[in-house]
Design a protein around this ligand. Structure first.
Ligand SMILES: [Zn+2]
Length: 135
């Protein structure tokens, strides 16, 4: 039996996810290297003035939060790859139809198809309005 369209789709999605994972991993490696470098520079220098210190620690904080968000993205990609293996990735959790590849390229962690997403957002808007009316 020849490869089905399903297999081809899965392969394409896997490649897309793996490429993204690699890109994120490289960013993490770079951030970690920059962080380590900053730490050792801090240790090597003589006592810096307080202004200098706070500037440096805010840069370090920024680096750390960037690192954390990249780490989360990597976790999400791993989760997506697991779901892909289980045949659940890229399937709308609401109606069960496959989510378009273009949509997944733009939003790799989309859990609903466009139609269901629009519907969900509309329902959320209506709910918020209802809540506001009650208040
Ligand atoms: Zn749907």
């Amino acid at each position: 039996m020849s490869r089905t369209a399903d297999d081809q789709r899965t392969e394409g999605l896997r490649r897309m996810l793996l490429e993204r994972r690699q890109a994120v991993q490289q960013e993490i490696d770079r951030s970690l290297a920059a962080y380590r470098e900053g730490q050792s520079r801090l240790r090597d220098e003589s006592v810096p003035d307080s202004e200098d210190m706070s500037l440096r620690s805010s840069t370090a904080d920024q680096r750390i939060s960037l690192l954390e968000s990249r780490n989360r993205v990597r976790d999400q990609i791993d989760e997506a790859l697991r779901r892909l293996d289980e045949g659940l990735y890229g399937i709308c959790e609401n109606c069960g139809t496959p989510i378009g590849e273009a949509r997944l390229q733009a939003l790799p962690f989309a859990r609903r198809c466009v139609a269901c997403q629009e519907q969900a957002e509309l329902l959320e808007q209506i709910e918020r309005r209802e809540v506001r009316k009650e208040i």
